[in-house]
Ligand binder design. Structure first.
Ligand SMILES: [Zn+2]
Ligand SMILES: [Zn+2]
Ligand SMILES: [Zn+2]
Length: 409
């Protein structure tokens, strides 16, 4: 028995994204994914290279690249034509067996799920993926995020480089990046040499919700865990989050790219990471010297169970990257844009071939490389900034430096 697509699935529909899909059900799924900011591809063989899709089984309807999972809409499982329904269910079993045998994860959506698609989708996601679906911050076209500092333009200018005016800012990108802010306290009491000793700490950890790693911490009270304490993120505490329309980010800076990263870990996973980090890095050693001069020592440690989570909050922080182009080189300066803390800076270091960690002071006007005080000079005649490989040195005791056009014979 062969049936046309129309008989199979009902009337073709156009999604919000503009794709033609085979049925209203598929359209509803596509539009749900789109509105929730979940990236998908529709029956796109080019985007995947799983060889498991043999000729025998057709590909599932949707692929979610950020989650590495497929979505299949089983549109005909309850079709009123009995013969068709049986044939369809037979195919369905065959497909499901093939998916399972090949380790392909598929979220199954049924016609009766369409009434509460979000609820059904989340439940199915939890069942198949063994974790909660965490939606990205850009969903519904809005970004729940901290505001961008209006001083950003100054922060992006390269004031540390002598001839920075030759360096045009070619592009500015903003990526709203999700972080979990986790407040904890921890109290452990043990007995040591007939005394009660305490380990006690209260503070805040910041965990990158996209990468799943700890990026910053601050101790409010008590013992200090040995964790990074840069203030790059903890200094956002207390600032108010806003629903920021994407078009209204800032008047001062033009953003060539505005994006948002997905939170890939759940709140539960984040708090577990926080507990483990505290347990690993919070300890204190007590020593006690007896009257006879014998010294005893004891290290008191935290354990994950002793770390109490007081608050966990997902905050999107705008991370802004300014890209400067000069000659054929590009340099990036990445800034936490709420407070202007520089996270990464290509301008920090001299590009001498030996790659030492000396602060760059000029940019070579011949090749575009950065140079420090000892590897960068100015031409004695024209003042051109030059790196070590482009400068010509004359004199033994009183050294002078020239560009190739002003070198004396
Ligand atoms: Zn050079
Ligand atoms: Zn150098
Ligand atoms: Zn010169």
């Amino acid at each position: 028995m062969t049936l046309s697509d129309t008989e199979h699935y009902g009337s073709p529909s156009i999604t919000l994204k503009g794709e033609r899909v085979r049925s209203k059900g598929e359209k509803q799924i596509a539009d749900f994914l789109f509105q929730k900011g979940i990236k998908y591809t529709y029956e796109d063989p080019a985007k995947t290279n799983i060889s498991a899709f043999t000729k025998k089984i057709s590909r599932p309807d949707f692929y979610l690249p950020e989650h590495k999972v497929y979505v299949e809409f089983w549109g005909l499982v309850d079709h009123k034509d009995q013969e068709l329904r049986m044939k369809y269910n037979e195919q369905k079993h065959l497909k499901e067996r093939e998916y399972q045998a090949n380790g392909i994860r598929v979220l199954s959506i049924y016609p009766w799920n369409l009434d509460d698609l979000e609820g059904a989708f989340k439940a199915e996601y939890r069942k198949v993926m063994k974790k909660d679906l965490v939606l990205g911050p850009i969903s519904e076209g809005m970004v729940r995020a901290l505001p961008i500092s209006p001083l950003l333009t100054n922060m992006l200018s390269i004031s540390t480089i002598q001839n920075a005016s030759s360096l045009p800012l070619s592009e500015v990108q903003v990526v709203f990046t999700p972080y979990y802010f986790i407040k904890y306290d921890c109290f452990v009491q043990e007995a040591f040499m007939y005394q009660k000793i305490n380990l006690n700490s209260t503070g805040l950890l910041v965990i990158d919700a996209n990468q799943g790693n700890l990026v910053d911490s601050i101790t409010e009270e008590g013992d200090i865990p040995r964790l990074p304490r840069t203030g790059h993120f903890t200094n956002c505490v207390g600032l108010e989050q806003k629903e920021t329309p994407r078009a209204k980010l800032s008047e001062q800076v033009t953003f060539s790219q505005i994006d948002a990263l997905l939170a890939k870990i759940t709140e539960e996973e984040a708090t577990q990471i926080a507990r483990n980090e505290i347990a690993k890095n919070l300890h204190r050693t007590h020593t006690y010297t007896t009257k006879r001069g014998v010294t005893h020592s004891h290290t008191i440690r935290a354990s994950p169970e002793r770390v109490r989570i007081k608050l966990a909050e997902l905050v999107n922080i705008p991370i802004v990257t300014g890209i400067f182009a000069y000659r054929d080189k590009t340099y990036r300066r990445t800034i936490q844009a709420v407070t202007g803390k520089v996270l990464e800076d290509d301008f920090n270091y001299c590009y001498a071939p030996t790659r030492h960690f000396e602060k760059a002071v000029l940019i070579c006007e011949r090749c575009g490389n950065l140079a420090c005080h000892s590897h960068g000079k100015n031409c004695n005649v024209c003042g051109l900034a030059l790196c070590q490989q482009d400068v010509i040195q004359k004199g033994l005791i009183f050294k002078k430096y020239y560009c190739n056009q002003h070198t004396p014979p």
